[in-house]
Design a binder for this molecule. Structure first.
Ligand SMILES: NC(=O)c1ccc[n+]([C@@H]2O[C@H](COP(=O)([O-])OP(=O)(O)OC[C@H]3O[C@@H](n4cnc5c(N)ncnc54)[C@H](OP(=O)(O)O)[C@@H]3O)[C@@H](O)[C@H]2O)c1
Length: 256
């Protein structure tokens, strides 16, 4: 029997593509994001391919709304087998004119949003002794990047949160997967003016992510070339890392 899979940020980019792939498998996909018209367009594609999708408008930064909406989904559609925490935003937060409210907006969506969704979905999974939490982090969570302090902090925070939960939840029947993509062609990266090494097409990226979810990987980073470069960069002492990456600080503000 098909599973119930909830995808946040399903109205565009990675979330929409994942939802379409998951719909093809015969699962029921619950599409969540703020823009209902965009969700309905994704729902139409899934239904046209013979799949089952429901649209649920949601702002992940509103904890009461998240609680209410998840309870409704569990009541109407059934227990959530897999929650894909994908909704996210990226904006530059440069050191010059550092703006804590902009920092807060990114943390609200990318880190508090996942916390609210976890709070709403985890109790039932733990009670059933079954479930799968998938978080879409980023290779930008591995080390700091110039101009992207808030984005890097949010993704590093998400990685640490999911790893901590994974260690507890493995004894309770709930799996946790962290997905760390590099650069993927979506509306989020469309506005980036700097070179994006190993930039991937959305279709290829979403297929890789869906396979990693099916394997229940604990962590999946890709594309492998950039993932290995960044893993290596984690081992560099700061004086090497600063010389290699800090050079770009004056002109570039990545978000991926
Ligand atoms: N593209 C990349 O290269 C890349 C690389 C690494 C990681 N990621 C991560 O992948 C995830 C998806 O990014 P994307 O590239 O697909 O970007 P995107 O096309 O801009 O999609 C972002 C999604 O998040 C939703 N969202 C934003 N704020 C929300 C809120 N307050 N409540 C509910 N939903 C909200 C948006 O829907 P609404 O506007 O309709 O609410 C949209 O569906 C993000 O977490 C991002 O950090 C992306």
């Amino acid at each position: 029997m098909g599973q119930v899979v909830v995808v946040t940020g399903a109205s565009s980019g990675i979330g929409a593509a994942l939802a379409e792939r998951i719909g093809e498998r015969g699962d029921t996909v619950v599409l969540m994001a703020r823009r209902l018209d965009a969700l309905e367009a994704v729902q139409e594609k899934i239904q046209a391919a013979g799949g089952d999708a429901r649209c649920v408008p949601l702002d992940v930064t509103d904890p009461d709304q998240v609680k209410r909406v998840f309870a409704q989904v569990i009541q109407d559609v059934g227990p959530i087998d897999c929650l894909v925490i994908n909704a996210g935003i990226g904006d530059p937060t440069p050191a010059k004119g550092f703006d804590s409210s902009r920092f807060g907006r990114i943390i609200d969506v990318n880190l508090m949003g996942p916390a609210y969704c976890l709070e709403a979905a985890l109790p039932a999974m733990i009670e059933r002794g079954a479930g799968h939490i998938v978080g879409v982090g980023s290779l930008a969570g591995y080390r700091g990047l110039p101009g992207s302090g808030a984005y890097c902090a949010s993704k590093a925070g998400l990685a640490a949160l999911l790893e901590s939960l994974r260690l507890e939840l493995r004894h309770l029947g709930v799996d946790v997967t962290l997905i760390c993509p590099g650069f993927i062609k979506t509306p989020l990266t469309e506005r980036n003016k700097f070179p994006m090494p190993f930039l991937m097409e959305l279709d290829a990226a979403s297929r890789k992510i869906v396979r990693a979810i099916a394997r229940r990987d604990t962590e999946y980073s890709f594309p492998w070339q950039l993932a290995w470069m960044i893993r290596l960069a984690r081992l560099f002492p700061n004086w090497i890392y600063d010389r290699l990456v800090g050079k770009r600080a004056a002109k570039k503000t990545p978000s991926s």
